[in-house]
Design a protein around this ligand. Structure first.
Ligand code: 5RP
Length: 242
């Protein structure tokens, strides 16, 4: 029988487990580590692998911060101690954060927020000493802005004003609609999401700052002010660290 290539779900699991095992072997995830855990279908198998290590007694005193209700529920089910960023044992900063991404460009700048969890994901990523991204190679792109729509979390009352301001920045935006729920997506923080697209690639660092300067924007999904370590699963199932 010919060797079948792993499915995308298998690649996500492969890269998630490989990254956690590598970080554990190198001591970057250890007993007592304060770890931020991401959201989405690539982050979940990483959370599961952390849960296995916790249950095997290999991570005593690990403290996790979850980036969404999805991740918090997974931690609770898997026996991973989950705390707030503001907890006395966390004090607003983390040793490491690990998460998925929607797009990664050649300079390792990201678009995130496909799961509408960008706000907590960025709070965690930007306050971690190390930031790690796990992805299958379909997420690797040349430029950002014209492919995956950039999620922007907004205060609902400001929607039309923010849409107009985004147009002035060259972006056309659509309000993200709920699935099996009438009306817009409501984020874990009670806000709405505008998904934005440009006609030509943009400078992610400049755009990250300019979008956040719009009144009514809570946060946007460009992650250009941190340079993550990236683990990428290639189509053949091998994992590359960048
Ligand atoms: C959620 C995110 C996710 O990390 C991103 O959408 C990738 O998700 P997946 O691993 O399911 O493709 O930013 O807000």
């Amino acid at each position: 029988m010919p060797n079948e290539k792993p499915s995308k779900d298998e690649l996500k699991r492969i890269v998630a487990r490989a990254a956690i095992d590598d970080l554990f072997a190198s001591g970057l995830i250890a007993g007592g580590t304060r770890i931020g855990l991401g959201t989405g279908s690539t982050a979940m198998p990483a959370v599961e692998r952390v849960g296995e290590l916790v249950r095997e007694g290999k991570l005593p005193g690990l403290r996790a911060v979850a980036t969404s209700f999805q991740t918090r529920a997974a931690c609770e089910e898997l026996g991973i101690p989950v705390l707030s960023m503001n907890a006395r044992e966390v004090t607003g900063s983390l040793d490491i954060a690990i998460d998925g991404a929607d797009e990664i460009d050649g300079k390792k700048r990201l678009i995130k927020g496909g799961g509408a969890a960008l706000l907590l994901e960025k709070i965690v990523a930007y306050n971690a000493a190390r930031f790690v991204i796990i992805a299958d190679e379909s997420k690797v792109v040349d430029t950002l802005g014209t492919g995956f729509r950039l999620p922007v979390e907004i205060v609902p009352e400001a929607r039309l004003a923010v849409e107009a301001a985004l147009r002035r920045l060259g972006a056309e935006s659509v309000l993200r609609e709920g699935v099996r729920k009438a009306g817009p997506v409501v984020t874990d923080n009670g806000n709405h999401i505008l998904d934005c697209l440009w006609q030509a690639p943009v400078d992610p660092a400049r755009m990250e700052a300019e979008i956040n300067a719009i009144v009514g924007v809570v946060e946007n999904g460009f992650f250009a002010r941190v340079t993550p370590t990236v683990y990428v699963a290639r189509a053949d199932g091998s994992v590359e660290k960048r």
